[in-house]
Design a protein around this ligand. Structure first.
Ligand code: ADP
Length: 396
């Protein structure tokens, strides 16, 4: 059974075609710069890559380009587009309604339109991708997988902000959390690696990529997470500030900053980029810091300190902790960050073994010392596989 996984953003569509149930990747790629004359398709198939630049007006055209590529006699992997049994869509916001992945029908689409207001940058392009896929693949079944779904188990005591209660009732302002597909995927992989069922494990999962979030997982379920009403809250990220005293924004507004400027400051100009003044990319910052750049080192230090603080908080949330999990581009590839995060966590039972942490390969292996009460793992995330598996299981 062939399942196509789509992740539609405002100007791009990422795709991966899987053969299920083994989740073998048949092809994958991205169309970037949708809406521009120099849009670009990058396509990987059977160990080869193909790149093509052409004008792509909208998401419909991008979908047509992707499907045309998948059945192309030279670089395609399908003989007929009808071989695609189902499409799994990444959708950022499912609000309080969607607690798991669902078959897409008119009712689901109406809900997604309603929640566009909660995730104005993400849900509208997700919907455009869904409509384009439904239009171009009318026979395929369509499934939505939500970034927020895994976090719908967070109890009210953790998801409420201490604003007047009517603000929650009127606007549904609460913690939703994001990166749920990734936190759920690494939770189930961690349980598997430890020879347990997800219900048997308590974890702290750190997803550290361009966006960063950390989740407390109790009995396989999310019970708290650092991203909040939007992905801005919590950890320091590539360009997002993470936690901030909201009064700073009132103060800056008083000084003449507009809402748009404040939004930009917090989402696009903050984080590692703002602190270092140079880059949002951990690889660059690590090199700069090693060459003696003080601001790059400060940015890395603050990034790691914030994670440590959350680990402490989430240890208090969980009654016992079985493992600390690192994932995402930084979590998987930056031993220096893991080392700095785990420093001095001995009192909560986390003792990292420096040699195992630096070793290659280190993925899916315990990186803690033998006497560490808590295990430490790097587990590569794979949101596309999780979406393909959900789609398969829902339709089977
Ligand atoms: P996204 O959230 O966009 O999916 P990724 O999960 O790919 O992003 O993570 C991107 C981050 O991972 C960047 O900050 C990048 O510098 C960092 N990264 C990737 N490889 C390494 C590495 N070898 N060392 C340090 N950081 C790395």
């Amino acid at each position: 059974m062939k399942i196509l996984v789509l992740n539609a953003g405002s100007s791009s569509i990422k795709y991966q075609l899987f053969e299920m149930p083994d989740a073998t990747v048949l092809a994958k790629g991205i169309v970037e710069r949708i809406g521009r004359p120099d849009a670009c398709l990058k396509h990987e198939y059977n160990g080869n890559t193909h790149q093509q630049t052409q004008a792509v007006e909208d998401h419909e055209e991008a979908m047509a380009m992707i499907l045309g590529t998948l059945v192309d006699a030279r670089i395609g992997v399908l003989s007929n587009i009808r071989d695609i049994f189902a499409v799994g869509h990444r959708v950022v916001h499912g609000a309080e309604e969607f607690t798991g992945s669902v078959r897409i029908d008119e009712r689901v689409i109406a809900s997604l339109e309603k929640y566009a207001d909660l995730a104005p940058l993400h849900n509208p392009p997700n919907l455009v991708g869904i409509r384009a896929a439904m239009h171009k693949l009318p026979d395929a079944k369509q499934v939505a997988c939500f970034d927020t779904a895994f976090h719908t188990t967070i109890p009210q005591v953790a998801y409420m902000y201490a604003l007047p209660y009517e603000i929650y009732e009127t606007y549904r302002i609460r913690r939703y959390g994001f990166h749920g597909t990734s936190h759920r995927y690494v939770t189930s992989r961690a349980a598997q690696i430890m020879g347990k069922r997800p219900e048997q494990v308590n974890l702290i999962t750190c997803h550290l990529g361009n966006g960063c979030s950390i989740t407390a997982v109790k009995g396989g379920k999310s019970v708290d997470t650092s991203m909040g009403f939007t992905p801005l809250e919590g950890l320091v990220m590539g360009t997002r500030t993470g936690d901030l005293d909201p009064a700073i924004l009132f103060y800056l507004a008083d000084k003449g900053y507009s809402v748009d400027q404040l939004n930009d400051l917090c989402n696009k100009k903050g984080g590692l980029l703002g602190l270092s003044g140079q880059s949002n990319d951990m690889r660059n910052l690590t090199e700069l810091a090693q060459a003696g750049d003080v601001r790059a080192q400060l940015a890395i230090d603050i990034f790691c300190y914030r994670i440590r603080k959350y680990i402490g908080a989430y240890t208090a949330v969980l009654d016992t902790l079985d493992a600390l999990i690192f994932t995402g581009g930084i979590g998987e590839n930056a031993p220096l960050v893991r080392q700095a995060v785990c420093r001095d966590l001995t009192q909560i039972g986390i003792v990292l073994d420096p040699a195992k942490n630096e070793a290659k390969p280190c993925k899916n292996l315990p990186l803690n010392t033998d006497n560490s009460r808590v295990k430490v793992y790097v587990i590569p995330t794979n949101e596309e596989v999780a979406i393909a598996q959900d789609t398969y299981q829902l339709l089977e």
